[in-house]
Ligand binder design. Structure first.
Ligand code: ADE
Ligand code: ZN
Length: 326
């Protein structure tokens, strides 16, 4: 299939990727063993067999369990480097990755341990391959505003390494407005702002993200399509949607890849991009997401190019760097 070959060969960016969601079972077992941590599953196969989700929470329960074997700086380095090597081989030239500090702080793993491991891997990827990156610290929305503020405080010595803040974890019941003040403080520190919205949550959560929080991007945004006025507003403000096709399928946000709305988003003039979210859990990295769209929808070459281009323009690269990639 020439479109598949083309999508593999295109230079791509990844704008929606949770580093803890790149934890492949084999690597998880290896790190568990060297750290003397017991996993709930006794074999790689048993763990993989558990990757059957009916909604976001099903997945999150396993995701937080999986990350619990990460204890030392080298663990964060190895996890990040394995991901970067993988996507380098897929012609990804720029990544903007989330990490979930609270998922590690709660287990006694210090902020500096986490960020040093991740940052050093990002730096090494740039030295080795010229792959550029941004790092986004994500607040866990099922936790309190106070906990998010504590996390922001811990991040202050490392602001030179952090480009923005995000909002993830269990969406329904935890609207963006719960974190308005944390986002305001983050912005005043010079951080960019994005949020998961409209993955499972209603269009109103997307409205809150764009009108109250003032996000520069929307992570997922699928349910924005239920509200015509919202669609027009996202379009007018030129906000990028970081869409995650295989994630949407695995978490039952869509029932069939044939029904995936990404072509509809493009047709509406929305700035959609392709991303892998948590590739180790959802059955594929960047190229697998494109391949699945090509196999299951009648997506055209022009649409594929548009998606890749949107990934450049919607990134947080400097404008002159974007121009170099286009
Ligand atoms: N954490 C990791 N992946 C996530 C997703 N897709 N939605 C919300 N929180 C997440
Ligand atoms: Zn996500």
């Amino acid at each position: 299939n020439t479109l598949i070959e083309l999508s593999k060969a295109m230079p791509k960016t990844e704008l929606h990727l949770h580093i803890e969601g790149t934890f492949e079972p084999e690597q998880m077992f290896a790190i568990a063993q060297r750290n003397n941590v017991e996993l709930k599953y006794s074999t790689v196969e048993a763990l993989k067999a558990a990757y059957q989700f009916t909604n976001l929470q099903d997945f999150l329960d396993l995701y937080y369990q999986g990350m619990s074997v990460l204890l030392h700086e080298v663990d964060f380095y190895d996890l990040t480097m394995a991901y970067l090597e993988k996507v380098h081989s897929e012609n990804v030239v720029h990544v903007e990755i989330f990490f979930d500090p609270q998922g590690h702080l709660s287990r006694g793993v210090a902020f500096d341990v986490q960020i040093k491991g991740i940052h050093n891997a990002l730096q090494d990827a740039e030295k080795k391959w010229g792959m550029t990156s941004k790092l986004i610290m994500s607040f866990l929305r099922h936790l309190s505003e106070e906990s998010a503020f504590e996390t922001l405080e811990l991040a202050k010595p490392y602001l030179a390494w952090i480009d923005g803040v995000g909002l993830d974890s269990s969406e329904v019941g935890h609207p963006p407005e719960k974190f308005l003040r944390v986002f305001e403080s983050s912005k005043s520190l010079g951080l960019k702002v994005t949020a998961h919205a409209g993955e499972e949550g209603p269009p109103d959560y997307v409205w809150q993200a764009i009108d109250q929080v003032g996000v520069e991007r929307i992570d997922h945004g699928n349910r924005a399509l239920e509200d015509d006025k919202l669609i027009q507003t996202i379009k007018q403000r030129n906000l990028t949607l970081t869409v995650c096709p295989l994630s949407n399928l695995k978490l039952c946000v869509v029932n069939d890849m044939k029904d995936h709305p990404i072509k509809q988003m493009l047709a509406l003039g929305l700035h959609a991009t392709v991303n892998s979210d948590d590739p180790a859990y959802f059955g594929g990295y960047m190229n697998d997401n494109y391949t699945s769209l090509i196999r299951n929808t009648n997506i055209s070459k022009e649409e594929l190019f548009q998606l890749a281009k949107n990934g450049i323009t919607g990134s947080w690269m400097a404008e002159d760097t974007k121009a170099m990639h286009l």
